[in-house]
Design a protein around this ligand. Structure first.
Ligand code: HGY
Ligand code: MN
Ligand code: MN
Ligand code: MN
Length: 419
C-alpha cells in the first residue's frame, strides 16, 4: 500500500454499536461460565457452536464463508475488482480456560460489525474484504499460541500443527475433524492485501491515560519453555529430609528464580510460570516428577535472549543442588514485531477523523497479527479493558470503546481500500 491517504467515499458510514454489543453478550453463552467469563477452548463443542453462529451471521450480510485445512474461517465480501487480494480483518474466537468475553472476540465481532455496516450502506469497496476467525490463537490447549496463523504465515508447517497434542494426548487434527472443520483449502495459499486486527489492550495503559484507541506499532518478543524435573517418589512420612529428591520443591525454587529474572530485566520484562503438573500428585508422596512451563517476554529480542541465559543458569544450578534431573526445552520463539507504517497511518487517520483520543502502543500480548505481519502489511487497533485485566473471567470493556474500535477498523479498511 502507498499513497497520501485521507478518507474518501464511505467516510460517513459507521457501525451499529448496539448490535455489536448484543453479539458480544449473545455469543458469550457458547462456553459461558457461572462467573460471567467464557471457557471456549479451541476445537471443542463450544468452539464448534460459535463457529456455526459466526458463519450464519456472515452469510446474512452477503458473505461467502469457507474454512481452510486448519479450520481458519474466511468470510468474504466481494469487491468491485474481485481479482484483487482481499483486505483482511479478524482475530480469534477461542478463549483461555477462564477467559473473558472480549479477548479475540472484539476483533471478530467488530469485524462482523464492519461487514454489516458496509452491507447496510451498499458501499462497494474496490478490494474484496475478508473477516477471519483464526484457529487456536490462545495456545491454551495446543501450544504454541497463534498456531494456525503461524501456518498461514509459513512459520510452521501444516503437518506440525496437525500433529500437535494437548495435555490429554488428543491430536489437533483429530479434534479439528471432530468438530467438522478440517477444510480442503491448504492453509496459507491465500494472498491478502493487508490485515487489521481489533483487540482489547489486555493491559492498563489506555484506561489509565483515558485513551479510546491504541495505535499498535508492534508486538513484544515471546519465548515459551517446557521443563520436566525428575526426582524420586518416596514416602512423605518415612523419608528423611536429607534423603529426598523432591521435584516439586525444586520447581518451587525455579518458579521464584523465573520471577527474579523478570524483575532483574526492568519494567518491560515479564516472566510467568502458568502451567504445572506434579506426579504422582498424592498428598503423602514426595513428588518424583514435575512438568511446568515458562513464558518470557520483552519488547527487545536481545533482552529476551539475556533473560533466557539468566533463567537457564539459575534453573540448572537449582536442579544440581536439588539432585533432580532437568529437561528444559524452548518450544516457541516469537520475535518482536514492528507493524507496517502505512497501515499504522490508516489507523491514525481513522482515529483522528472520529476525534477519538489515541496513543501509540506496543502489545504485551501475542496476536495473530504478529504472524500476519510476515506476509502482508499489518497493524492492530486496541481499545481499553477495565483495569487492564484479561485472561480472567471478570474481563470487561465499555460499549462505547468497543464501538469506537470497530469504527476505526471500518475507516482504516476504507482508507486502505482507497490506495
Ligand atoms: O499469549 C498471548 O499473549 C495470547 O493471549 N495468545
Ligand atoms: Mn487475544
Ligand atoms: Mn488471549
Ligand atoms: Mn490475537
Amino acid at each position: 500500500m502507498s499513497g497520501t491517504g485521507g478518507l474518501r467515499k464511505g467516510d460517513n458510514i459507521t457501525v451499529n454499536g448496539a448490535a455489536l454489543w448484543d453479539d458480544i453478550l449473545h455469543t458469550a453463552r457458547f462456553g459461558g461460565t457461572p462467573k460471567g467469563g467464557i471457557r471456549r477452548l479451541t476445537l471443542t463443542e463450544e468452539d464448534r457452536l460459535v463457529r456455526a453462529w459466526f458463519e450464519a451471521a456472515c452469510r446474512q450480510v452477503g458473505c461467502t464463508v469457507t474454512h481452510d485445512s486448519l479450520g481458519n474461517q474466511f468470510a468474504r465480501r466481494p469487491g468491485r475488482d474481485d481479482s484483487l487480494p482481499p483486505i483482511t480483518i479478524g482475530s480469534h474466537l477461542d478463549t483461555q480456560p477462564t477467559g473473558g468475553k472480549f479477548d479475540g472476540i472484539v476483533g471478530v465481532l467488530g469485524g462482523l460489525a464492519v461487514l454489516r455496516a458496509l452491507h447496510a450502506s451498499g458501499h462497494e469497496t474496490r478490494h474484496p474484504i475478508e473477516l477471519i476467525n483464526w484457529t487456536n490463537e490462545e495456545g491454551a490447549r495446543f501450544a504454541p499460541a497463534m498456531l494456525a496463523s503461524g501456518v498461514f504465515a509459513g512459520v510452521f508447517t501444516e503437518q506440525e500443527a496437525l500433529d500437535k497434542t494437548d495435555r490429554a494426548g488428543i491430536r489437533f487434527e483429530d479434534a479439528l475433524v471432530g468438530i467438522g472443520y478440517r477444510g480442503s483449502e491448504p492453509c496459507g495459499q491465500h494472498p491478502v492485501s493487508a490485515y487489521f486486527e481489533l483487540h482489547i489492550e489486555q493491559g492498563p495503559i489506555l484506561e489509565a491515560q483515558h485513551k479510546t484507541i491504541g495505535i499498535v506499532t508492534g508486538v513484544q518478543g515471546i519465548r515459551w519453555y517446557e521443563v520436566t524435573l525428575t526426582g524420586r517418589d518416596s514416602h512423605a512420612g518415612s523419608t528423611p529430609m536429607t534423603m529426598r529428591a523432591d521435584a516439586l520443591l525444586a520447581a518451587a525454587r525455579m518458579i521464584e528464580a523465573v520471577n527474579q529474572v523478570a524483575l532483574a530485566f526492568g519494567p518491560d520484562a515479564v516472566g510467568t510460570v502458568g502451567l504445572i503438573e506434579s506426579r504422582p500428585n498424592s498428598r503423602n508422596v514426595v513428588p518424583g516428577e514435575v512438568f511446568f512451563t515458562i513464558d518470557l517476554r520483552h519488547p527487545d529480542d536481545t533482552v529476551v535472549v539475556r533473560m533466557e541465559e539468566a533463567m537457564r543458569a539459575k534453573v540448572a544450578a537449582i536442579a544440581a543442588e536439588s539432585g533432580v534431573g532437568l529437561a528444559l526445552d524452548c518450544v516457541w520463539d516469537s520475535p518482536a514485531v514492528h507493524f507496517d507504517p502505512a497501515c499504522i497511518g490508516a489507523v491514525r487517520r481513522a482515529a483522528e477523523s472520529f476525534g477519538y483520543p489515541a496513543r501509540d502502543i506496543v502489545s504485551g500480548a501475542g496476536h495473530d497479527a504478529a504472524y500476519l505481519a510476515r506476509v502482508t502489511p499489518t497493524t492492530m487497533i486496541f481499545v481499553p479493558c477495565a483495569g487492564g485485566l484479561s485472561h480472567n473471567e471478570a474481563e470487561s470493556a465499555e460499549p462505547g470503546d468497543v464501538t469506537a474500535g470497530a469504527n476505526v477498523l471500518l475507516r482504516a479498511v476504507l482508507d486502505a481500500d482507497a490506495r
